[in-house]
Design a protein around this ligand. Structure first.
Ligand SMILES: C[S@@+](CC[C@H](N)C(=O)[O-])C[C@H]1O[C@@H](n2cnc3c(N)ncnc32)[C@H](O)[C@@H]1O
Length: 131
């Protein structure tokens, strides 16, 4: 969402991904190099194997993804057949983003505020347990 060309959505495809090492620096480099490559592009472009970029924002992303839910400490809805999970990062979603997200179920993993990475681990466990 940063200027000058927001919004850009970055999509990682686990089945096709290459050159993604388990450290933040190389992940950041893949995103940076992709953004440089995508600078004058439009539409969906694969900037490196398994990483694609598109000029769409949260509203369009939500329409594309199946059964999205928001993870929130204050959520009170059931997880049911959710298979897209939206998280904040070091900050919660903005008020503008929350206007789009209030239409989807809110799921809590407990009242304690957890790191986003811990939430992802818990959701993987949940999905694996329900296969
Ligand atoms: C580090 S937390 C956000 C920090 C905190 N709410 C704040 O702004 O100070 C990052 C994200 O993880 C998710 N999250 C954290 N704890 C959670 C919980 N107990 N249940 C569900 N989602 C949680 C939420 O989506 C949250 O936006």
């Amino acid at each position: 969402m940063a200027p000058p060309n927001a919004p850009i959505t970055v999509h990682f495809s686990g089945g096709k991904i290459r050159y993604l090492n388990p450290d933040e620096r190389s992940t950041a480099a893949l995103i940076r190099n992709g953004l440089i490559k995508y600078k004058n592009e439009n539409g969906l472009v694969e900037t490196s194997p398994g990483i694609s970029m598109e000029r769409i924002g949260l509203e369009q992303v939500l329409k594309k993804l199946p059964n999205p839910v928001l993870l929130s400490e204050n959520g009170s809805d059931e997880i049911e057949n959710a298979n897209t999970f939206i998280l904040g990062d070091d900050r919660d979603p903005t008020d503008e983003e929350m206007k789009l997200l209030e239409k989807i179920p809110n799921i809590s993993l407990g009242k304690e505020s957890l790191l986003s990475s811990a939430c992802v681990t818990l959701i993987h466990h949940h999905l694996d347990s329900n296969k």
